[in-house]
Ligand binder design. Structure first.
Ligand code: DUC
Ligand code: ZN
Ligand code: ZN
Length: 480
């Protein structure tokens, strides 16, 4: 007799469906979906070791897919504080069952070496399924020659490139164009960090020379129109290369305008935004003392008019995905050390590690601020958090939907349960939350990864290392 899980009587919501039925899971996959009183139920009960999970009054949605996280990631002198183990467990408690994290190619290193090193680190630790984008920093003929195999053999079909951080991560327009052509013509896609790094560097140096060293100046030296300028430039490069392009962590209204303009002309330009740009504004940088350092991420928080534009963009598909850019550094030096802490930038905002945590709160925040506030339909919520990420980055239909044959990655979500977001109860090891004290309605109750219940309320039932590496197919191709 085989083991079968029956998720009974839940309201199944995908990007397009909304109905009450039972889901039958065998060998980690969805084997059948049937009305609760159908004959098939009786047949399965008779022929299997059946575990029945009552999902009545709960939403049953595809496991979340967060395509922008940085676990155990070196950013200059700093390292993010979540390991693959703690970061992916935190993701699971937030209803995310797959992440796409980053492998950073260092100067002199090949992208494949960068990927292998990350795989060796992540594989024994991952608590949810995972893939990688590779960050390209050293574009030379050997790097370019590796890209087709990385896509076809290793399942890495997306590559991040930086237009910011000159002398560190920034690459030239010429290198972006070269990589776009090679990747794009082999089913890959370039993800762009779009800010004009050189101009921003002038502003940073001016601010520091005038003694303006506090975190507030992080925001003031990274203007919206310099994000817009780079967004436009990246899209034009992709247009010339005739390949799709994806803008990461889009924050500024003016950058969104560039994406909309290109999409209106039929250019395959895509973009994500992140919860912090939807729920927080530039006013956080007015917090007293060094407290504002908690909000130092790149791009910085923007004015409320950008928030309105972003919500509108999510509704009308100008923006396709919400991901977290989970890049956690502690506020305090202890107990994890100075190099995992915002305190590195005490006295000089340029040295504050850029990044903020959030992998656990994407679903409850977007559900509450989006669905409960009538900015998004429930189907659109699923599209933004699971289906579109899966389609954009080559994981669909294995992931990102509830269908016969798909992995049984499921979130059972109570839409009526209130709770308070807090660092005291989240599962990341980072010592603060951007959303401390936010009251939200809607809570992740149970999470299944390939048919195994890994989260049940506050209980962790999964295993370290159970997350599997996902070889992805083409990126940026299917978006309907
Ligand atoms: N970009 C990211 O995507 N994450 C952290 C820092 C950055 O600049
Ligand atoms: Zn970035
Ligand atoms: Zn990032």
């Amino acid at each position: 007799m085989t083991n079968v899980v029956q998720i009974k009587g839940g309201r199944i919501v995908t990007a397009v469906d909304d109905y009450v039925a039972d889901i039958f899971i065998r060998n980690g996959r969805i084997e059948a979906i049937a009305a609760s009183d159908s004959d098939i139920s009786a047949e399965w009960v008779a022929n299997s070791n059946l575990e029945v999970i009552d999902a009545s009054d709960l939403l049953v949605m595809p496991g979340g897919i967060d395509v922008h996280t940085h676990m155990q990631f070196d950013l200059g002198d700093a390292q993010t504080v979540d390991s693959y183990e703690t970061g992916t467990r935190s993701a699971a408690f937030g209803g995310t069952t797959t992440i796409v994290d980053f492998a950073l190619q260092r100067k002199g290193q090949s992208p494949k070496q960068a990927l292998d090193a990350r795989l060796a680190l992540a594989e024994p630790q991952a608590c949810v399924d995972f893939g990688f984008h590779i960050i390209l920093t050293d574009v030379n003929p050997d790097t370019l020659a590796e890209i087709p195999d990385l896509i076809d053999r290793d399942g890495v079909s997306s590559f991040k490139m930086f237009m910011a951080y000159p002398g560190v991560l920034m690459v030239s327009d010429a290198d972006i164009f070269r990589a776009m052509r090679v990747a794009g013509h082999h089913g890959g896609m370039i993800n762009v960090h779009a800010e004009n790094g050189e101009v921003i560097q002038v502003l940073i140096e001016e601010a520091l020379a005038q003694g303006n060293t506090s975190p507030k100046f992080h925001g003031l030296t990274r203007p919206r129109i310099m994000e817009a300028e780079a967004t436009h430039r990246a899209i034009r490069l992709a247009e010339l290369a005739e390949v799709p392009v994806y803008m990461v962590h889009l924050s500024a209204k003016e950058a969104l305008d560039s994406v909309v303009e290109a999409r209106d002309r039929g250019i395959p330009a895509f973009a994500e935004t992140c919860p912090h740009y939807l729920f927080l504004t530039i006013e956080e940088y007015d917090r007293p003392g060094f407290e504002a350092a908690k909000y130092v991420m790149t791009p910085p928080l923007r004015e409320s008019e950008c928030q309105h534009a972003l919500w509108r963009g999510l509704k009308f598909d100008d923006l396709q995905i919400v991901s977290t850019d989970h890049c956690p550094f502690c506020f305090n030096e202890n107990p994890h050390g100075l190099n995992k802490s915002k305190q590195l930038g005490l006295g000089n905002f340029e040295k504050i590690p850029n990044g903020a945590p959030g992998v656990e709160f994407r679903l409850p925040l977007l559900f509450d601020g989006g669905v409960n506030q009538h900015r998004l339909t429930l189907n659109r919520f699923v599209q933004l958090t699971a289906t579109a990420p899966a389609k954009m980055f080559g994981l669909f239909p294995r992931k990102g939907t509830i269908a016969v044959g798909s992995d049984a990655d499921l979130v059972l979500f109570d839409p009526r349960k209130p709770h308070v977001l807090s660092a005291a109860t989240h599962h990341s090891v980072v010592d603060y939350s951007l959303y401390e004290g936010f009251h939200v309605l809607g809570k992740v109750e149970k999470v299944f990864l390939r048919g195994r219940m890994i989260v049940d309320g506050e209980q962790w039932l999964g295993e370290t290392g159970m997350g599997q590496y996902q070889r992805r197919s083409a990126s940026g191709r299917i978006m309907a």
